[in-house]
Ligand binder design. Sequence first.
Ligand SMILES: [Zn+2]
Length: 135
Amino acid sequence: MPNLGERCQWGRPFWLVGMLIKNNHSGFSLIEILVVCAMLGILASIAVSSYFGYMERAKEKICNINCLRLEGEYQAYLLMEDVEHKEARFDEFMKEYGKKVCPKQGDVRYVNGRVECNLHPRGEEDDGGEGVPFL
Ligand SMILES: [Zn+2]
């Protein structure tokens, strides 16, 4: 049982000084907290940048798939109607198509038998090696 009446050198009771001045070996120091905050900041910046990169790639793939589908439907329309491609005809087809092709509102054109978005070029037809590898 501690002596509650005992006083320190400043005249305060020891039990009060013990509450006000914490033991130096318990809890975290300022440096430790700063290091943890810096590490969390670095991890958060990596996570946020990779998230936005992932979202950008997803939008590009959505646009490419929509362009491919639109291309097939437009070519089927040209065959069914037995007409040649014209810019005005493609614009009219786009108005009737009614679906959003590019998630970022890119300008969609029909050039050389392919539907292309000016923001997300499709490139070649290979999938960049991201599919199932050949065994
Ligand atoms: Zn696009």
